[in-house]
Design a protein around this ligand. Structure first.
Ligand SMILES: C[S@@+](CC[C@H](N)C(=O)[O-])C[C@H]1O[C@@H](n2cnc3c(N)ncnc32)[C@H](O)[C@@H]1O
Length: 282
């Protein structure tokens, strides 16, 4: 006879049918392509939620997500299934490029910069760029540089808005930046954390946005960073997104994608500049 534990384990095995319905839902709602090799990941990430809700199977959970008119559970599910890996000054080459090729001869007073970090995760990317600009233009006013930072994940949007980071997260940041742009705080649990100073934060507007839905903003942007986001999307959705980015860029504006990504030939009118950097013709 099977033990209770074995029976419980059996109930929580993700069947092929359940995997298909979860991956179809995530593809439809977030554009994310969960391939077969992501099965253990889905299982590991959803099991705690399912148990917390007192449910007995993934099938029951998917039905619950679909029946929830508020879409709150869908948002939770998306939060659980997105990959949010990021760090300060990730893929440094891009920051070097921006420094040398975009900021070098730019007078922000005459030509304010407008940038979009699409899929910003917990905010390290938009804050890194803002620090780079602060280093270049010490007396930069709020209207000289505007950074829009968006993500689909409610939790990541909350974290990016808060701008409070654990000590481990700060390791990729030069110490001078840490002292200049962050305030040390000690949490009630006696953990040391670092909070982004208001002087930096004032340039960054964080909002929740699903990239495969309608976009409320008009642009145009000097450059758009959509790094390590489209890598999880289906090809046609990726091409469509790149086309929409192209429309929102100023002539001569740049699109940055992750270093391990590349654009397909159907990605519209953007010209290749160097790995993972594309430019809209003037
Ligand atoms: C791996 S992180 C990349 C963060 C940052 N751009 C970087 O390169 O370090 C990918 C982010 O894309 C977000 N994302 C995934 N699908 C999305 C969608 N449909 N709309 C908006 N953001 C999405 C995830 O929530 C996640 O925070």
């Amino acid at each position: 006879m099977k033990s209770l534990l074995e029976l419980a384990g059996k109930t929580f095995e993700l069947s092929e049918l359940e995997f298909n319905s979860i991956s179809e839902l995530i593809l439809e709602k977030a554009g994310i392509n969960l391939t077969q090799n992501k099965k253990p990941l889905i299982q590991a990430r959803l099991i705690r939620r399912i148990k917390k809700l007192g449910m007995k199977s993934y099938r029951q959970y998917v039905k619950y997500v679909n029946d929830d008119r508020t879409q709150n559970e869908l948002r939770i599910m998306i939060d659980l299934l997105t990959t949010n890996k990021t760090s300060f000054f990730r893929e440094e080459e891009h920051f070097d490029f921006i420094n040398k090729n975009i900021l070098a001869q730019r007078d922000l007073k005459q030509k304010p910069l407008k940038v979009w970090s699409a899929g910003c995760s917990s905010g390290e990317e938009p804050y890194s760029l803002t620090m780079l600009l602060k280093e270049k233009y010490r007396y930069m006013a709020k209207e000289d540089f505007q950074m829009l930072a968006t993500d689909i994940s409610v939790e990541m949007v909350h974290r990016a808005r808060l701008g409070v980071y654990a000590e481990e997260t700060m390791e990729s940041l030069p110490a001078t930046y840490m002292h200049k742009y962050f305030t040390k705080v000690v949490t009630p649990e006696s953990r040391t954390k670092y909070r982004v100073k208001d002087d930096l934060k004032q340039h960054v507007r964080v909002a929740r946005l699903n990239l495969i839905s309608e976009w409320p903003m008009k642009g145009p942007f000097d450059f758009i960073l959509c790094k390590n986001v489209m890598i999880y999307f289906r090809h046609d959705l990726r091409d469509n997104l790149v086309h929409r980015y192209g429309k929102l860029l100023k002539p001569g504006g740049f699109l940055f994608i992750g270093l391990s990504e590349s654009l397909s030939r159907n990605s519209g009118e953007l010209n290749y500049v160097q790995p993972a950097i594309y430019c809209k013709p003037q």
